[in-house]
Design a protein around this ligand. Structure first.
Ligand code: ATP
Ligand code: MG
Length: 425
C-alpha cells in the first residue's frame, strides 16, 4: 500500500463521476477503486482521458446501486454509470483463468477471460505494471501488487508476468506497448521489448476489427507521429494493418500524411476535435489523386472522373483496410470540395462557404498547400475570402468564364457523370 504522503495524488484529481461511483459502491458495502490508465496518468502528472472503476460487486449489483446505468459488452460485461456528460466504466474484478481451464486458440491466444476474481487477481490479469494500480479515493491510498508505482516513477513500461506468455495470450499487448510508450514518453523495459520482434506474426491471428481499434487509438492519441516512429523502430509496422502500410509506404503521399498526422496531434493538444473520417480522407488522398489523374489522362471529364476515382479507391481499401463504411460519405464530401476550391467565380463560391463540410474541406486544402501539392496562394485566397466584407469578396472573385454556363446545359453522353456534376455543383 502506498500512502498519500508518498504518491501525492489527492482525491480532487479524480473526476466527479468516478468519485460518485466509488463512494456509492463503498457506501453499499463493496470495494471500489479507480484503476488502470487514470491512476498511471495522474502519477505521470497527465490529465486522464477517462476514469475506470473496478469493484467486487457484480454487474447486476452495480446496476442496483446506480439508477442511471446500463450493462454493456458481451465478452466481459461492464457497467456504464452516467453522471450528466460523464460515463464511468465499472468492471468487476476478474481473475486469470488457471492454465488447465484456459480456453486458448492453437497459438495460445485467450478466447475467454471473464471469470470474476478478487483485487489481487484483477491486478495480475492486467498488462503493464503501471496499469495495475488501484486508487481508493476515500483513503487516498494506492494498492500495488507488481511494483507499478516504482516503474511508473521511472517511466518504465513493464509487462506483468512472463512477456512471452502474455503476448501469446493477447498479441494486441505488443501494439499497446508501442502506443503507451510513445504517448506517455515511457521506456519499454528490455525484457518486455525483446520478444516483440519474434512474435509479431501472432498479430495476423487477431481479428481485424480489434487491430483497427488499436490503430485508431494510436492515430488519435495526440502522439501519432511518435507512435509511427516507434512502430518503425520496433519493426512492427509491416502488415500490422494495411492501413498503416498505406501511411508508411506512400512515396508521394508520405509528406502529406505525416503533415496530416502532425496536424491531428496539434489539434488534440489544443482540445479541438478530430474526426476519424478526416484522417481517413487524408490517408487515402494520394491514392484518389492517382486514380483521378489516370482517368483524366484517359479523357474522362474531371468531376465525373473524381466520383469514379473515389468509388474505386474506397472499394479497394474496404477489403484491405477495414475502414468502416459509415465514414464514406464524409470522406467523399471532403474530397469533392477540393475540386470546388479551384473555382473562384460566381455564386458557386458563396454556396461553397455555406456547405456544412466547408471547414473540414478548407483544413484539408491547407494541408495540401503545406505539403506542396497545390499553390499556397489558393489556401490564402480562401482564408481571406471566407471572412472578407461583401465588397472585398466581390473584388476577389474572378470573372466567370464565358463557356461556364453554356457547358453546363450541354446534354451528357454519360448520365452518371452528369448526375455527379449536379451534386458537385
Ligand atoms: P488509455 O489512456 O489509452 O485509455 P489505458 O491503459 O487506460 O490507456 P484502456 O484500453 O482504457 O487503456 O484499458 C484500461 C485498462 O485495462 C488498462 O490500463 C489495463 O489495466 C487493462 N487492459 C487493457 N487492455 C488490456 C490487455 N490487452 N491485456 C491486459 N490488460 C488490459
Ligand atoms: Mg483508459
Amino acid at each position: 500500500m502506498i500512502p498519500f504522503e508518498l504518491h501525492g495524488v489527492p482525491r480532487e484529481q479524480i473526476s466527479y463521476g468516478a468519485q460518485k461511483v466509488t463512494d456509492g459502491l463503498q457506501a453499499a458495502g463493496y470495494q471500489a477503486y479507480v484503476v488502470g490508465g487514470a491512476v498511471r496518468d495522474l502519477l505521470l502528472k497527465r490529465i486522464p482521458k477517462d476514469f475506470d472503476v473496478a469493484t467486487d460487486a457484480t454487474p447486476e449489483e452495480v446496476r442496483r446501486v446506480f439508477r442511471r446505468s446500463r450493462i454493456i459488452g458481451r465478452r466481459f460485461r461492464l457497467v456504464h454509470v452516467m453522471f450528466g456528460e460523464e460515463v464511468v466504466e465499472v468492471s468487476t474484478f476478474r481473475s486469470m483463468i488457471e492454465a488447465e481451464d484456459a480456453q486458448t486458440d492453437e497459438h495460445g491466444r485467450l478466447l475467454r477471460d471473464n471469470q470474476f476474481g478478487d483485487r489481487e487477481q484483477d491486478a495480475a490479469r492486467r498488462d503493464f505494471t503501471a496499469n495495475a494500480l488501484f486508487y481508493d479515493p476515500s483513503t487516498q491510498e494506492i494498492f500495488d501488487y507488481h511494483n507499478g508505482y516504482a516503474d511508473t516513477r521511472k517511466h518504465l513500461l513493464r509487462m506483468i508476468g512472463d512477456p512471452l506468455v502474455r503476448y501469446r495470450e493477447d498479441p494486441v499487448r505488443m501494439v499497446r506497448a508501442v502506443r503507451l510508450s510513445a504517448k506517455l514518453g515511457m521506456q519499454i523495459d528490455a525484457a518486455t521489448a525483446a520478444p516483440i520482434a519474434g512474435m509479431k506474426n501472432l498479430l495476423d491471428n487477431v481479428p481485424q476489427s480489434r487491430l483497427l481499434d488499436e490503430v485508431l487509438k494510436m492515430l488519435l492519441s495526440g502522439h501519432s507521429v511518435e507512435c509511427i516512429q516507434q512502430l518503425r523502430k520496433m519493426n512492427l509496422h509491416h502488415g500490422l494493418l494495411p492501413l498503416l502500410d498505406v501511411i508508411l509506404e506512400q512515396p508521394m503521399g508520405e509528406k502529406f500524411v505525416m503533415l496530416a498526422l502532425r496536424n491531428t496531434d496539434e489539434r488534440l493538444s489544443q482540445d479541438k476535435t478530430v474526426s476519424p473520417a478526416f484522417l481517413f480522407a487524408a490517408l487515402l488522398w494520394h491514392e484518389v489523386l492517382a486514380a483521378w489523374n489516370l482517368r483524366v489522362q484517359q479523357g474522362e471529364r474531371p468531376v465525373g472522373a473524381m466520383h469514379e476515382a473515389m468509388d474505386e479507391v474506397l472499394a479497394r481499401q474496404k477489403e484491405q483496410l477495414a475502414i468502416p463504411h459509415r465514414h464514406d460519405a464524409v470522406m467523399k464530401e471532403i474530397w469533392l470540395l477540393q475540386q470546388r476550391f479551384e473555382q473562384r467565380a460566381g455564386q458557386r463560391t458563396f454556396r461553397l462557404l455555406e456547405q456544412p463540410r466547408f471547414r473540414a474541406g478548407f483544413d484539408f486544402l491547407l494541408l495540401r498547400c503545406a505539403s506542396g501539392e497545390v499553390d499556397q496562394e489558393l489556401g490564402l485566397w480562401w482564408d481571406e475570402f471566407q471572412d472578407a466584407s461583401a465588397e472585398r469578396q466581390a473584388e476577389m472573385l474572378q470573372p466567370e468564364q464565358a463557356g461556364d454556363k453554356k457547358r453546363r446545359r450541354k446534354p451528357r453522353k454519360k448520365p452518371q457523370a452528369a448526375a455527379a456534376e449536379v451534386t458537385a455543383a
